[in-house]
Design a protein around this ligand. Sequence first.
Ligand SMILES: [Ca+2]
Length: 522
Amino acid sequence: MRRAVHPAACRAACATFVTLALAACGGDDSPATPETLATAQQACSQLAGKTIAGASVTAATTVAATATTPTFCKVNATIPPQLHLELRLPDQWNSKLYYEGGGGYNGSIQPLAGGNLAALKFGYATVTSDSGHTDGGLSAAFALNDALATNLFGSLSVPTVMSSTKEMLVAAYGKQPERSYLEGCSEGGREGMMAAQRNPNLFDGIVVRAPAHNWVGFMGHFNRNQKAVASPGGQLNDNKIKLLSKAVRDACDAKDGIVDGIVSNPQACTFDATSLRCAAGADAGDTCLSDAQLAVITSRTSAASYVGGTYKSAGIPLNGTEDDPAAGWNFWVTGNGNVRNSAHYLFQDTTVKNYLVRDLARDSLAYEWESNLNALYSMAVLNDATDPDLRAFKNSNAKLIFWHGGDDPSLSARDSLDYYQAAVAATGGQAAADDFMRYYVAPGVLHCRGGPGADQSDLLSALDAWVTKGTAPGTLTATRLVNGAVQGTRPLCRYPQYPRYTGPANDAGAAAQAANYTCTSP
Ligand SMILES: [Ca+2]
């Protein structure tokens, strides 16, 4: 068992001499040199087999560098009974911690990729968890009868993992992180918002991408939309989805100065889907949409509101990328012709069965969303991160960057905008909000990534510059990668601006360069 050393005393000692501090903190072998922090291998040796701040280290392995990944110490630990985390410790720690949020209903450790890999390469220690249960990300089975897992998923896993992680860093490197950031998309974005609202001192900065913060409203909207798809004649086949997407692009693509398959100025897009209505409303083939199919579009694009507006979903606009083969409507909405294979069906289905009716035999498409208000209240208390009052977060000098793909077919960018605007109002107005919060939309980008738009932006570095140097982010840069190769760049504009093409006409090379776009107000 480790000697008990008061963490504050430990930190004070560590501030002076890393080597001495490692001994004082209970590390009893492999001290680092006085001038430098521990290597990955040394960090591993400090953690192997130990239990630190409630986290039992089950494995600590030095992973050699590859062509795409740096050398790091991979630490797996369990906070009993069932919260699993993975800490990745670089060879040359930059003294900062990066927490990567989860996805869907969590249930697994995020792989070394994307944002957390980029952070590790920058020298961050990174951490990710399964949030307290083991399962696929489309399953809420944990919520049926595991109250601990349900609370961990809802709001407690992030602060719990952070408590242990900070002390593990003390054991590994001799000090706590100087800065801690969280970045996450979708469910991970919700985790970031939850932390900003309920644990405003936990992070120095948070990057929230395409967040699932209004769990009750969003799931209710999915339920309504998928009922419309399941209604007689409601399905849309590939040709009809292509018909719809092309009509949106024909109407709206050029309104940003360039026909490039991206509707970058959606506020100028006034496309009306009823222009595609089949004569008399009955299905007359692939060149038109029936009334039942138009009802799917109306359900998705219009707002949903439950319990007198307590729970909301803003409506998911048409963008001209509904026909994206990988992550468009076939994935989220139609399920390639079987609504019960669609991602939105699966999310609301596992939610209804495990949270709301607690009956795995119920047909979620026969469930009336407001039939059990207590069930909605309970789920909202657990999972909703909709409180717009971020004054405590602001007053802790923390910074928040919101980002949303403009063409997200799963969670609407309008919902992020609604929250952002509510937070501006609740936190002292625009000037006060500008001191700590930004909102960006990436046109042509689907849910978290993908689509024809530029979906890669290094928001972590923008956040870090804001936190450590006071450099507030303005226009940023977005990159489009195809198979790892840069295909083009765009400015990432602060809302409400959008990137308007101002370069030469009919010049593909110019169109791929951010310098040929100007962030413009609609
Ligand atoms: Ca365009």
